[in-house]
Design a protein around this ligand. Structure first.
Ligand SMILES: [Fe+2]
Length: 204
């Protein structure tokens, strides 16, 4: 669901500047998930504020403020529980990369603390909460790299947030075109089912 607003660049520039400074991208975006085509690097669970990012002067204040601004666009409280699996993350995609269609679990299955994994129930069933992700491209590629949600591609603007019901709809992104890298900030939250129902977000 697009927000149809564009967040002013002044709010995203500190994050972009930090990412593009020196070798920060390669140094801190250390997760390279397997994808069929094109290179992608990511840093999940930024909300856990690990020491490496603290020591690296990651702009946590700007990053969290950006999340606040996006949640406000959807008239949501700022104290929503954070997704345990990937939390708040940054994903950088290079030319030729696309994200295959997938759903994200509504329960903790892949979080960094394996002792807290939820082995009960089907993780992709929507029961007491719905995993939604609040996303923004702080740098758009020259072409492509658009979100695809439930079979529909959205020609999203740079700095235009969107929301995806990640635990309900198959979603992915179209192929990145050109040499300019795609930089995504993705904030994952669990929406309590009562609130999701009220908004009409929990059923297809
Ligand atoms: Fe996803």
């Amino acid at each position: 669901m697009r927000s149809n607003v564009v967040i002013p660049k002044s709010y995203t520039k500190p994050i972009l500047d930090w990412l593009l400074d020196g070798d920060n991208l390669e140094k801190y975006l250390s997760l390279s998930p397997y994808h069929a085509s094109g290179k992608v690097i990511a840093r999940p669970n930024i909300d856990l504020r690990d020491q490496e990012l603290v020591d690296g002067n990651f702009p946590f204040k700007d990053f969290f403020h950006l999340r606040d601004l996006i949640l406000q666009q959807y008239d949501l409280p700022l104290d929503l529980p954070i997704d345990d699996n990937y939390g708040f993350m940054i994903v950088v995609s290079y030319k030729g990369h696309s994200t295959q269609l997938h759903k994200d679990p509504n329960r903790n299955r892949e979080g960094p603390d394996a002792s807290k994994h939820d082995t009960t129930n089907m993780p992709y069933f929507v029961t007491d909460k719905l995993h939604c992700r609040f996303n923004i491209l702080i740098q758009s590629p020259e072409g492509g790299g658009n979100p695809i949600i439930d079979g529909v591609e959205f020609d999203i603007e740079e700095n235009e947030p969107w929301m995806v019901q990640a635990g309900l709809y198959y979603h992915g992104s179209s192929v990145v075109e050109g040499d300019k890298i795609r930089i995504l900030c993705s904030f994952g939250h669990y929406i309590p089912i009562e609130l999701a129902n009220e908004r009409g977000w929990s059923s297809m």
